[in-house]
Design a protein around this ligand. Structure first.
Ligand SMILES: NC(=O)c1ccc[n+]([C@@H]2O[C@H](COP(=O)([O-])OP(=O)(O)OC[C@H]3O[C@@H](n4cnc5c(N)ncnc54)[C@H](O)[C@@H]3O)[C@@H](O)[C@H]2O)c1
Length: 310
């Protein structure tokens, strides 16, 4: 297996490191020359200035696209036309229409396509998924997400909803194992050029509801999820990877070793490609999550709920 990375900025450099640790890093593409020199010498692999040359000469089997959101569509079209299994960092595309075109292309070309919804690979969330699947605390009713951190100033092409809330939108869909039918949101802007805080309510069938708070305004880094189920509550901290279960028997805090979610995510995609099985996160997951994010932005703009039929 030969893996490549396109875009080696703040996040792509982690893909480089993890592919290198997995022993499969073969090349990368980066338009910025200093970064190209730095990572070529650090990892001893060729860094290309453009992706056409990388695809032609490097011939990778799989690739991570870690460039700004607005570039994902054009770059992923190229990697899929070249028949390379493609992980596109979240969100899949800037618009859901482009995402649908990528999914169609992936099907036509029979090329594996996945999206970097890394939280599905956070051990705290995988464990919560198992608790829900095993009905250990009954049925999940309410999911409350808090994802907060001061805007670092590096993301300029999208606001907090497409950049940040999409993690929790995907996790809510995954944990409830269904799509929302109604979206209501309020967003606002105080420090960046796009919306930088948002409160989103997603309504699912069977009275299930997710409440998402995302913010780029306050300095404290918070990434938490509280899952209210019919017989107890699970509190998950994405950063410490700790989960706490509270039910009528008391409190349990299962002990586990922390693991790097990106390592689990990239290994899982590599194995899916090698074993020709579908990746955990599908292209359709990426499209539907973008559609829900678009509905949240439209709801906030119009001040009304948006009904969805995904
Ligand atoms: N899954 C996660 O937890 C997570 C975390 C951070 C960022 N991301 C995603 O990763 C992507 C990149 O974010 P970032 O913060 O690293 O951005 P960044 O701006 O720090 O880095 C982007 C890099 O891509 C390079 N680039 C741009 N166009 C290119 C092209 N055509 N060919 C080759 N290189 C190109 C730039 O020179 C830059 O080095 C975004 O989609 C973001 O949403 C995901």
């Amino acid at each position: 297996m030969k893996a490549a990375v396109i875009g080696t900025g703040g996040w792509g450099k982690n893909h480089l490191r993890v592919f290198n640790e997995l022993g499969i890093l073969s090349c990368f593409a980066e338009i910025d020359e200093p970064k190209r020199k730095l990572y070529s010498s650090k990892y001893g692999v060729k860094g290309y200035a453009n992706i056409d040359d990388m695809l032609k000469s490097g011939k990778p089997d799989m690739v991570s696209i870690c460039t700004p959101t607005v570039t994902h569509f054009e770059l992923a079209k190229k990697t899929m036309h070249a028949g390379v299994a493609t992980l596109v960092e979240k969100p899949l595309t800037y618009s859901s229409k482009d995402g649908e075109a990528l999914v169609k292309l992936a099907t036509e070309k029979k090329v594996p396509l996945t999206v970097g919804f890394i939280e599905r690979f956070n051990p705290a969330i995988s464990e919560l998924k198992k608790i829900i699947q095993g009905k250990m605390l009954g049925e999940p009713l309410l999911l409350e997400f808090h994802r907060e951190n001061r805007w670092a100033g590096s993301i300029k092409d999208v606001g907090v909803v497409l950049d940040t809330s999409v993690h929790d939108i995907d996790t809510a869909r995954w944990l409830f194992d269904t799509e929302p039918t109604i979206v209501f949101a309020r967003t606002g802007k105080v420090i960046s050029q796009h919306e930088d805080f948002a409160a989103i309510i997603l309504g699912f069938d069977g009275q299930k509801t997710a409440f998402l708070v995302s913010n780029w305004v306050t300095p404290k880094r918070v990434r938490e999820l509280v899952a209210v189920c019919t017989s107890g509550i699970v509190t998950a901290d994405y950063i410490t990877q700790e989960i706490r279960l509270d039910d009528s028997d008391g409190t349990q805090i299962p002990r586990r070793q922390t693991q790097e979610p990106l390592m689990i995510e990239l290994k899982s995609f590599m194995e899916a490609v090698e074993q020709k099985k579908p990746p955990l996160v599908s292209g359709k997951d990426g499209v539907n999550t973008t559609k829900i994010a678009e509905a949240a932005l439209a709801s906030s703009e119009k001040g009304v709920p948006i009904y969805l039929n995904l």
